[in-house]
Design a protein around this ligand. Sequence first.
Ligand SMILES: Cc1cc2nc3c(=O)[nH]c(=O)nc-3n(C[C@H](O)[C@H](O)[C@H](O)COP(=O)(O)OP(=O)(O)OC[C@H]3O[C@@H](n4cnc5c(N)ncnc54)[C@H](O)[C@@H]3O)c2cc1C
Ligand SMILES: NC(=O)c1ccc[n+]([C@@H]2O[C@H](COP(=O)([O-])OP(=O)(O)OC[C@H]3O[C@@H](n4cnc5c(N)ncnc54)[C@H](OP(=O)(O)O)[C@@H]3O)[C@@H](O)[C@H]2O)c1
Length: 455
Amino acid sequence: MPTLPTVAIIGAGSSGIAAAKALHERGVPFDCFEASDRVGGNWVFDNKNGMSAAYRDLHINTSRDRMQFSDFPMARSLPDFPHHTQIAAYFDDYVEHFGFRDKIRFETSVQRTEQCADGTWQVTDAHGETRAYDMLVVANGHHWDQRWPEPAFPGSDAFEGVQMHAHDYRDNRFLTGQDVVVLGMGNSAMDIAVESSYVAQSTHLAARRGAWIVPKYLFGKPMDQLSTVPYVPHWLSARISEAIIRLHTGRPERYGLPRPDHHFGAAHPTVSGRILDRIIHGAIAPRPNIAQLGPDWVRFADGTQVHADVVVYCTGYRITFPFFDEGLLAAPGNRIELFRRVFAPGNPSLAFVGLLQPLGAIMPLAEAQGEWIAEYLRGAYHPPAPRAMAADMRREDRRMRRRYVASARHTIQVDFDTYLARLRRERRRGAARAAAAGRTLPVPARARAGEAAPA
Ligand SMILES: Cc1cc2nc3c(=O)[nH]c(=O)nc-3n(C[C@H](O)[C@H](O)[C@H](O)COP(=O)(O)OP(=O)(O)OC[C@H]3O[C@@H](n4cnc5c(N)ncnc54)[C@H](O)[C@@H]3O)c2cc1C
Ligand SMILES: NC(=O)c1ccc[n+]([C@@H]2O[C@H](COP(=O)([O-])OP(=O)(O)OC[C@H]3O[C@@H](n4cnc5c(N)ncnc54)[C@H](OP(=O)(O)O)[C@@H]3O)[C@@H](O)[C@H]2O)c1
């Protein structure tokens, strides 16, 4: 076996550890840089890295069996939708079980990466140390850089109460007795509005667009475990799901929520077993979008106005890579072109893990991506020719644009089962290409493992 390329992984959240485990098992040398003092990223409440959005009562909304890694099942004693502490412990156990903790550089944030002319990377951490690597695998997460309404709503400067982003929400204690406006129809808005509704004087849920609200359980099973057939056409399974939701709960507008301007499946799922209940109890008042703020009020698009002490913007996240040289790669409007959401076209020594938004959980997909990258680094997978790759990306982009509501939250969507099935097929094809080419290494080993770069 030739000397294998050395790899720097950025991040030891669930995606980074999935990639690390795949490289570890296949003998690919790597360092995993982690800003925090522990693994688990978003799932570590009050994470030292300041990047976790977890709130005290957060439970996963993709079920346990959908979220677990394929070779490390979650304990059957865990509930179907475990608490964040159980999820964080699971990721920690994963690292312990597969024995690669010593390859994670904790409390070592990557500040800057620079790609040299030969494709190798200079990785500089917050301690000022620079090391050289052949390959960069980015797993820095995409739910930490707050997206606020742009432009801000008129009058938001004059608002004298609290305006905050969902990312900073920890629990509902500070909402006690307050008049609260929650903006958004994603999962953060659902959870925070529900929590607010138990302690606030009033809770208003404002939205610019309606959503189909999916219960966590249906027919006695977690909803995301009902359909697992990869090649049923999306439109068909989406129509069936929509019909089931309509039979089960009725249309969202029956609850005073905005009527969805799309069919089920054209937006990232909004999952909540509790929001409709709190609305029909009168504890949450649905509203249209915010139109304007005053010193102590919020006016909505329909002209109604309410007193407000707190506005919580559950308006999503931006995809950013603060450690990249300007001009190397960015995701304006959250759009980023990657082959099967992993490989950067035209840059054989750059890959991403977990940079996708599935209808289902991220973890098993990150696991498959990690294995794919490891095969690639060992010469056991060869990518298609650049033109074929570009055509594939264009097709995928067209498909996703046709299918999803135009929004910055729908730029990296994939279908869980279809994505895995297509990745398996691509890995087989790439293995055949690699075998035909004599398993040469697509990324040659030039940098020396973890060695400090020359000054
Ligand atoms: C409130 C909330 C609930 C969610 N619930 C679910 C769910 O139920 N199911 C699901 O599948 N997904 C869910 N998600 C999506 C979430 O993105 C994933 O669960 C998961 O956290 C993705 O893991 P990750 O490793 O890609 O990113 P993260 O968990 O964000 O981890 C990224 C890691 O990279 C590290 N890092 C970042 N930058 C650097 C740097 N420069 N140097 C060194 N280290 C760095 C961070 O410290 C962190 O440890 C949720 C997201 C939010 C916000
Ligand atoms: N319990 C859980 O497991 C849980 C809890 C919270 C979050 N999450 C996950 O975390 C991720 C992020 O979720 P999120 O809810 O924070 O963000 P999100 O899914 O991106 O939703 C953002 C919401 O804000 C709206 N919005 C954005 N900009 C707006 C603007 N300028 N004015 C009015 N509305 C605006 C969006 O509307 P448009 O659709 O019109 O763009 C959308 O309804 C998702 O993957 C989600 O599943 C999971």
